[in-house]
Design a binder for this molecule. Structure first.
Ligand code: ADE
Length: 248
């Protein structure tokens, strides 16, 4: 069975959007994965096709109705056998390991929130997993869903060449990527680091690891503290001062 994402949204016209071009788009066109965007409003039952209402207990904005969203979920084929996600800033932060799990399965059903939120009872009753793509608030879940789908699609067999996929390993090892350079050899007075032109693969690899470690320590103390034991530098090994100490 082909990996497939089913998106429940009030704005199906947003899809495929950026997923229709470049790597994901070419793979979509060649049938390596499938995308289905369904309009939640099609599951409304009243004359006005209303999908939302005012929050119980008062407060601003509108809340997506449990009955309408549940009907939309239940209308999706094999919904019960697929991961059921809802994009939300209050979800668990998305990680590369969760992305890899989702890419290895049949493909998720993804609910995109809008308004002030979704009635909690449908989240509970349909076992929706709340997923966040970062600590900032988007105006809806669609762009977050696209980010999640893109991250999964590039891991599907046949989507990416071997060359590109090798770059994942550095992130999977819990380090940020080392800096890259290409021609010209000097740009505005800045030369390419000499070691990269040395032809010594061992030295190049050691330099890259040092850069990746320094960058990770400076920018992502959370990743640095959580890095796997085997990547922890041996004591007394030479270490560069991170150039990016001021990066916050
Ligand atoms: N919807 C709005 N903001 C979001 C975020 N940061 N992550 C996932 N879904 C969202």
């Amino acid at each position: 069975m082909t990996w497939r994402a089913t998106v429940l949204t009030l704005f199906p016209e947003m899809f495929p959007g950026p997923l229709g071009v470049s790597l994901a788009g070419r793979a979509l066109a060649s049938g390596l994965w499938g995308l289905e965007a369904r309009d939640i409003r099609d599951s409304a039952t009243d004359r006005h096709r209303s999908v939302d209402d005012t929050p119980a207990g008062g407060g601003p904005g509108m809340v997506l109705r449990a009955d309408v969203l549940a009907a939309a979920i239940d209308a999706v084929d094999a919904a019960a056998d697929r991961p059921r996600l809802v994009m939300s800033p209050r979800g668990r932060p998305l990680t590369q390991s969760r992305v890899a799990e989702l890419a290895a399965g049949p493909g998720p059903l993804i609910v995109c929130g809008r308004f002030e939120g979704i009635d909690q009872r449908v989240i509970d009753a349909r076992g929706l997993e709340e997923v966040s793509i970062g600590d900032y608030v988007l105006s809806g879940g669609e762009i977050a869903a696209m980010a999640l789908i893109d991250a999964c699609v590039r891991l599907l067999p046949g989507v990416m060449g071997k060359l590109e996929s090798s770059t994942d390993e550095s992130f999977s090892a819990g380090l940020l990527e080392y800096p890259q350079y290409t021609r010209p050899q000097t740009f505005e007075g800045r030369p390419i680091p000499e070691v990269l032109l040395s032809g010594d693969h061992g030295k190049v690899a050691a330099w890259r690891l040092g850069e990746a470690e320094a960058l990770t320590e400076a920018r992502r103390p959370d990743l640095w503290a959580a890095r796997p034991a085997q990547t922890i530098r041996a004591k007394g090994e030479s270490q560069k001062t991170p150039k990016n100490k001021t990066d916050g």
